[in-house]
Design a protein around this ligand. Structure first.
Ligand SMILES: [Mn+2]
Length: 324
């Protein structure tokens, strides 16, 4: 019997859980990330509804929209469309679930509006930096999820309470709640610090003469820290892409190994640049056109500096070989 929802710990995962909990009357929710599911680090059974995550091998219902997750299943010889639940390449998992149940349930009218808002956030579908930055209800809710919570319990309790509220109220109503506003304000303070860190750690490749993409290099930063790459476009509204280089940390200890990630900015629009392809050509990772990441393993600090420079040179070369 379906008794638990296992969902992604982002806005899409939360609203997906709102829909599933309203439909199936399930209150027990477990939050996790795609890596934990792919590595089988969470135990999932036939009693679980799994949302916005890779197929876990066994579950009651699976809802997802990530093309890479469907491909991985096909590689294992499983047809993603034959699984209980639904896979569809929509802008959000919430959209997949909403369409799946639409004809059988009398959804409140505001669900349609909420799903449209989740679509926008989850596919980063904004026409301008100004539209992305506008303090809309969905932005307030989405950013409130990203503040630094006291601990995992506080975070989980807040996420769970939002699942219930988003099932009963419009986003405009939910965004007015005091706790949502407080967490949003706390996130804004953290964000300001991130913008300052990006300002102090970013540069352009000398061969990138028109400054098409910014490079954030955190390898000189002594501590493990979270940076939202996309914030670079607040400082450099004219860029088409941003790459972030940081060290990998092992249980809080800095290693000489590197993580390289990148994304296209809002300004890139419908261009032909492909970050995932850059990661594949470098043979360090993968991704889709809009975003990708990879890892570079290094033997020493000197080796790291060499490989970092080499990777940035190649990124610049491949970037400029791709059509604008
Ligand atoms: Mn999603």
């Amino acid at each position: 019997m379906l008794s638990r929802i296992v969902t992604h710990n982002d806005l899409d995962g939360i609203f997906s859980a709102s829909l599933c909990s309203a439909i199936h009357g399930i209150d027990e929710v477990e939050f996790t990330g795609p890596n934990a599911v792919a590595n089988r680090a969470v135990s999932i059974t036939a009693d679980d509804i799994v949302c916005d995550l890779p197929y876990p091998g066994e579950c009651g219902l699976w809802f997802d929209h990530h093309a890479g997750n469907a491909e991985e299943l096909r590689r294992l010889g499983v047809d993603p469309l034959s699984q209980p639940g639904r896979f569809a390449q929509e802008k959000s998992c919430a959209r997949v679930i909403y369409s799946y149940y639409q004809n059988d349930y009398d959804f409140p009218v505001f669900y349609g509006e909420s799903v449209r808002e989740v679509d926008k956030i989850d596919s980063f579908d904004f026409a301008s930096v100004a539209e992305w930055r506008a303090e809309t209800p969905v932005r307030i809710i989405n950013d409130s999820l990203k503040c630094a919570f006291r601990d995992r319990e506080a975070e989980g309790a807040y996420y769970r309470s939002l699942i219930g509220r988003l099932a009963e109220q419009s986003m405009a109503e939910v965004a007015q709640a005091n706790d949502v506003r407080d967490y949003f304000q706390a996130y804004l303070k953290d964000e300001e610090k991130m913008v300052e860190l990006i300002r102090a750690s970013s540069s352009f490749h000398p061969a990138d003469r028109d400054r098409e993409f910014a490079i954030i290099d955190l390898t000189h930063y002594p501590k493990q820290t979270m940076v939202v790459r996309n914030l670079a476009q607040i400082i450099y509204p004219e860029i088409y892409g941003v790459f972030l280089v940081q060290n990998l940390y092992d249980r809080g200890v800095k290693t000489t190994n590197l993580k390289v990630s990148g994304s296209l900015t809002i300004r890139n629009g419908k261009g032909k640049k492909d970050i995932g392809e850059i990661m594949r050509i470098l043979n360090i990772g993968d991704g889709h056109p809009g975003a990708g990441s990879g890892q570079i393993f290094c033997d020493s600090k000197a080796d790291m500096e060499r490989k970092k420079q080499d990777a940035l040179d190649k990124i610049c070369q491949i970037w400029h070989s791709q059509a604008a």
